[in-house]
Design a protein around this ligand. Sequence first.
Ligand code: BT5
Length: 244
Amino acid sequence: MDKNSSLKIINLESVDSTNEYLFSLAKKGEPEITIVRANYQTLGKGRLGRKWVSPKNKGLYLSFLLRPDKNVKVIPLIGIMIALACVKALKEKLSLKIKWPNDLLVDNKKIGGILLEASSLSDVADFIVVGLGLNINSSLDELVPGATSFFIETKVLGEMDQIFNRIVDEVLKLYEKYRQELFDDIVEEAATHLITLGKGVVAKMKNAEIRGRAFGLDKYGALLLKDKDDKIIRVTTSEVIHLR
Ligand code: BT5
């Protein structure tokens, strides 16, 4: 980590949402890098108003406050960076795949999700709060259909603090690269774990749906598609549905 920044970890028993909590601290000037971690959330959030199921002591629920002082174009890469950190942290135990932009899957079942929220008044983001929910010791009946956990996959209870520490270490290493604008390094490594590439996808934008085949990421982490006429389309934030 850069010698000028410090790491602060706030541990909470319960909170509505670690993202909400950290976002309000950030607005009051909380410096980077601050992590909020909770044993459970009463109103865990997914994207677009969806919920994140957060059973007590069964998963990691945490958010990072970052102030990278970079152009807003490279904000989405932060989500990919967190996903990659999880893949690396768990690689000896589980083969996690990244579904662009922000889902973590094992065998096509969702084990984790990432929620990126940023505040920017100009082309440079003022701050970014990125939340991670990762199912560790939850059983099937505690999760939504189509979800899985570390315990379900490995049949072994996960050491939550150890997994947390490993993820934080990987995030700090990748964030150092991000700060040095080594975006290609992050994107290239993430791409090797991306299940979206080669797949037919539908990208739901605000007013349109785009169909195409995903063939790569650009250096900002945007998804590149080719449509049926071989036209290249760059997809930034959207819902991407994999076609089978
Ligand atoms: C996400 O949203 O996948 C982002 C989830 C981010 C959660 C973290 S927890 C810490 C931090 N604080 C918060 O308040 N949030 C962040 P999305 O792609 O919209 O996926 C949400 C959908 O995933 C739901 O509609 C469910 O179908 C499914 N889902 C909900 N809880 C789940 C869980 N625990 N495991 C797997 N899938 C889940």
